[in-house]
Design a protein. Structure first.
Length: 452
């Protein structure tokens, strides 16, 4: 595979498809051989020069291709300007979402869990704190109408008793519209809970890593020795079936033990799931951590996954893979493209004690306690730190070809690996860019198939 990358243009080949990404405007172009040669050799200054430099192609084809590329340039779809480079974030951004860590406890002892001490502690959020958190969100949401609450942990179903009253309380605010998400390992998922989650239209994120031996090796029960895979899969299938395979996704983790993770996605598809996300493990070290030595294999595996994704579509078994769902036609607004996830000001996490942190990954990290839901405001210096950590203030981002698809990466990863939210984790960047390349490749192939 060949590629050429710069702050303005990214050119790459994947399985014979030649693709150009205009870094400024985010336009993606599928190229023929002549256009590829013109761009790769940097021949957009003059048409005559391009003809002279490419004697291997018929003159009229070079001229035609050059003219088409020139039109794209004129239309701002190639080598576009970026007048928003001087963008500054607004002074005030109302809060949109809270992650409620309703159970800082867990009935599994997953080996890669960033919150592994939860297994030992029994720390459940009281209903009083949870209701206070909802009121806090409403009070800090300004004129925003649509608000979000994530029930998270640990394992939130350990504290099920507070979830229905929290939902009811939030729905009592008639001038706000709440969406809810619940992330669960599935061990305590029962029919009555499924009924409630369906009735209240709560999105469910189900943690499942893929093949039985992969899942069970990483996700043993706390204080037991049974297969959690065999316990949770029937419940997850029941839940997905009961809501016609909508408003859920399977969220798995891969480690160095399953660098062939396409097989895990294949297994999930064979189980009947159609909404799938598989994330690299977040770990500094340890026997399952991902290191630089694993990156080449992972990049190759994403290409294999892209081919499996396309083959499944051709065979009439389409599924969605979270990281391949890039909307090229109506992507996020400018502010979102420049800032990414909104952690620390738009999106915050609350511990069982009511403490507020920039997001679930920052919980317990020194220097990131922002306030308490009982006390009103949050530390403005932390809010400002995150608001101003947009991609023009991050190391390497202003000239990265993927900048407007990425928004500057995950602050928590940057802080974990490099001790600074402004210094993105290089390994995560490589993986993210590869997933983008795969998703553009997929869209180019689907577009070509639709034209045939
Ligand atoms: S975080 Fe990494 S991938 Fe994202 S824009 Fe910055 S350098 Fe590029
Ligand atoms: S900082 Fe990272 S982990 Fe936290 S919300 Fe943003 S993307 Fe997610």
């Amino acid at each position: 595979m060949s590629s050429l990358t710069g702050a303005k243009l990214h050119l790459y080949e994947m399985n014979g498809a030649k693709i150009a990404v205009d870094a400024a405007g985010g336009a993606v172009h599928l190229l023929d051989d002549v256009s590829w040669a013109i761009l790769q050799k940097g021949l957009m200054e003059s048409r005559a020069e391009a003809v002279a430099a490419l004697p291997g192609f018929p003159r009229h084809l070079v001229q035609e291709a050059w003219d088409e590329l020139d039109q794209l340039k004129d239309g701002g779809l190639l080598f576009g300007d970026e007048p928003w480079r001087s963008w500054t974030p607004p002074e005030e951004v109302p809060v949109k979402a809270l992650c409620l860590n309703v159970a800082q406890s867990c009935n599994m002892a997953c080996k890669y869990c960033f919150a592994s001490p939860y297994t030992r502690a029994q720390d459940l959020m009281s209903l009083e704190v949870a209701l206070m958190a909802v009121d806090w969100l409403v009070a800090h949401s300004g004129s925003r109408r649509h608000l979000e609450i994530d029930f998270f942990g640990g394992e939130p179903l350990l504290n099920w008793k507070i979830i229905p009253p929290v939902v009811e309380h939030a729905r009592g605010y008639k001038d706000k519209v709440f969406s809810f998400t619940l992330t669960t390992n599935g061990l305590l998922l029962t029919e009555d809970k499924i009924d409630f989650l369906n009735r209240e239209n709560i999105q469910v994120v189900m943690s499942l890593d893929g093949r039985p031996h992969i899942h069970d090796a990483m996700r043993p029960p706390a204080g037991g020795s049974y297969s959690t895979y065999h316990r949770v899969v029937p419940r997850f299938i029941q839940l997905a079936d009961s809501r016609d395979h909508r408003n859920y996704y399977i969220r798995g983790t891969y480690t160095n033990a399953n660098l062939d993770f396409t097989e895990d996605v294949r297994h999930l598809v064979e189980l009947g799931f159609r909404e799938i996300s598989l994330e690299p493990v977040v770990a500094l070290d340890g026997p399952f951590a991902l290191g630089d030595e694993h990156v080449p294999m992972i990049l190759q595996e994403y290409e294999r996954l892209a081919e499996f994704y396309l083959a499944s579509r051709r065979e009439g078994v389409p599924f969605n893979f979270f990281h391949f769902q890039v909307d090229l036609f109506s992507g996020p607004c400018l502010a979102k493209r420049l800032t990414g996830c909104g952690a620390g000001y738009e999106y915050l996490a609350v511990t069982p004690k009511g403490e507020i942190y920039p997001c679930h990954q920052f919980i317990g990290r020194e220097g990131f306690l922002m306030g308490h839901v009982e006390e009103g405001g949050v530390d403005p210096s932390i809010t400002r730190l995150f608001r101003e950590a947009h991609l023009f203030n991050k190391e390497g981002c202003p000239d990265c070809w993927a900048r407007y698809f990425c928004g500057g990466g995950c602050h928590a990863n940057a802080h974990l690996f490099n001790g600074d939210i402004h210094k993105p984790h290089g390994g995560s960047c490589l993986l993210h860019k590869k997933r983008l390349e795969c998703s553009f490749y997929i869209q180019s192939q689907l577009w070509e198939a639709s034209q045939a």
